[in-house]
Ligand binder design. Structure first.
Ligand code: GAR
Length: 192
């Protein structure tokens, strides 16, 4: 990533599908003094994403795409990203898979947060899998997005101890708290 110079902020788009707690946290992070990013665009694949409320709350442009015709939609998204001069995409609970072509166009500039200690448990139901396998630790990872699902280079990871009392709800709550620290830390790392 380019070095951070002076007051220049990297315009960022956050892609969401759901609650948007990571989005809210990234918006908070984009307002602190040492932040390298500004959040200029929120993209969702559904108008049901609760996180869209943060677009209104923080006065950030939002756009909803249904992602049914992926090629067509991605073309539109690329035009929008260019228009908004976006240089970083943060996936934050975004539950759609982007095409190889799209990822290539934004090569090295798309990052994702995933609720497991990658390369363990790519895909869905990560906490259930960690508990079922009696793992000592769950956790989260921030990684670069490549065309292989949840497989790009890891930027940062955080372990979370799994106790005998944990079910996937209690574990996911504790991991989510760590996600909120890890995502900003990973962004600071890539820009420094
Ligand atoms: C987070 O736990 C995130 O790691 C996960 O979805 C949740 C979204 O929460 N992402 C994935 O599973 C991506 N494969 P949020 O909407 O409150 O940020």
């Amino acid at each position: 990533m380019e070095k951070l110079t002076g007051l220049k902020k990297f315009k960022t788009a956050v892609f969401i599908s759901g609650t948007g707690s990571n989005l809210k946290n990234l918006i908070k992070f984009s307002k602190i003094k040492k932040t390298p990013i500004s959040i200029n665009l929120i993209i969702s694949n559904t108008n049901k994403a609760k996180g869209l409320k943060y677009a209104n709350q923080f006065n950030i442009r939002k756009k909803i795409f249904n992602f049914q015709n992926l090629k067509n939609i991605e073309k539109k998204i690329l035009i929008l990203l260019k228009k908004e001069k976006i240089s970083l995409i943060c996936l934050a609970g975004f539950m759609r898979i982007l095409s190889k072509n799209f990822i290539k166009k934004f090569d090295g500039k798309i990052i994702n947060i995933h609720p497991s200690l990658l390369p363990k448990y790519k895909g869905l139901n990560t906490h259930e899998k960690a508990i079922k396998n009696k793992d000592k630790y769950g956790g989260c990872s921030v990684h670069y997005v490549t065309s292989k699902l949840d497989s790009g280079k890891i930027i940062l990871q955080k372990k979370v101890k799994i106790t005998a009392k944990d079910d996937f709800i209690s574990l996911s709550k504790r991991v989510l708290k760590e996600e909120h620290k890890l995502y900003p830390a990973a962004i600071l790392k890539i820009f420094n």
